[in-house]
Design a protein around this ligand. Sequence first.
Ligand code: FAD
Length: 289
Amino acid sequence: MIPGTFEYHAPRHLDDALGLLAEYRDDGKLLAGGQSLIPVMKLRLAEPKHIIDINRIAGLSHIAETSDELRIGALTRERDLERSDIVRQRYPLLLDTANVIADPLVRNLATVGGNLAHADPANDHPATMLAYRASVVALGPNGERVIPIDDFFISAFETTLQPDEILTEVRIPKPNGRAGGAYVKLERKVGDYAIAAAAVQLSFAYDGTIAEAGIAVTNVSYTPERSSAAEAIVRGNRLTDDVIRAAAQAAADACEPTADLRGSVEYKRAMTRTMTARALRLALVRAGA
Ligand SMILES: Cc1cc2nc3c(=O)[nH]c(=O)nc-3n(C[C@H](O)[C@H](O)[C@H](O)COP(=O)(O)OP(=O)(O)OC[C@H]3O[C@@H](n4cnc5c(N)ncnc54)[C@H](O)[C@@H]3O)c2cc1C
């Protein structure tokens, strides 16, 4: 339970952090909230020789809307999301998600950027960002690139972020017109990772049909993935009971859970169906339907 030895660096500027990453490459690891990195170091699953603490770098913690996006700095804590008026008023899916991550002690430190960069399929933000069709901004030696979230997750704990890049911002498209979202999570006890959870973001056409749907599930596949089949069932239709049931079933059919202490494959599939149906209904209610 004691990490291996490492050298600690605390740069104050992004350029310095990039320089250290370029210098140490695979031997270096960024430290944000430390809520995933420190546990894996204590278990010696990771033994970085150089820790690059980015907490002293200004400009990485913000929640601000532009004309078409919500921009969240990578160092923004879960606690900041929970307390943000912008998030509370206009991003219910994001608020739901922040509210159910771990416990208040973890949420005081854990960052949105760290949650995504860690790419744990059990983490809650990946599904939410897939449902929002968000993008992440990566800064590297050759400048900035914007990565659509669908191109970000490769596998469990693996992303398209390069070893010399820093995730600096998450961008969520601003919901237009009538829209609603929800994150519904089943956990063994408060603060635990999901047995299964579903993120849903809906926007409605003038005639009451679904113009666009984002649906993704948590901890029931090896890689965070959107439920494309469920989205296709919902898109262009009214959200009737039959459509909700069919979409939830499609999400359950497409997921690939593994049996563990949280339950059997059959149980997780059934819970994926239930969580997806509940998230769709809650998103519908929140959209004022
Ligand atoms: C008791 C407990 C319960 C938890 N429960 C949940 C839960 O219910 N749901 C959930 O989603 N998570 C949960 N977690 C996991 C944790 O909250 C998230 O993974 C956390 O948000 C990670 O963010 P961090 O800032 O702490 O990242 P860190 O631990 O500092 O870093 C994690 C990884 O991301 C990399 N990284 C961090 N920031 C950046 C960046 N800006 N650019 C590039 N790489 C970066 C680091 O190098 C490291 O590899 C739990 C953790 C604990 C300890």
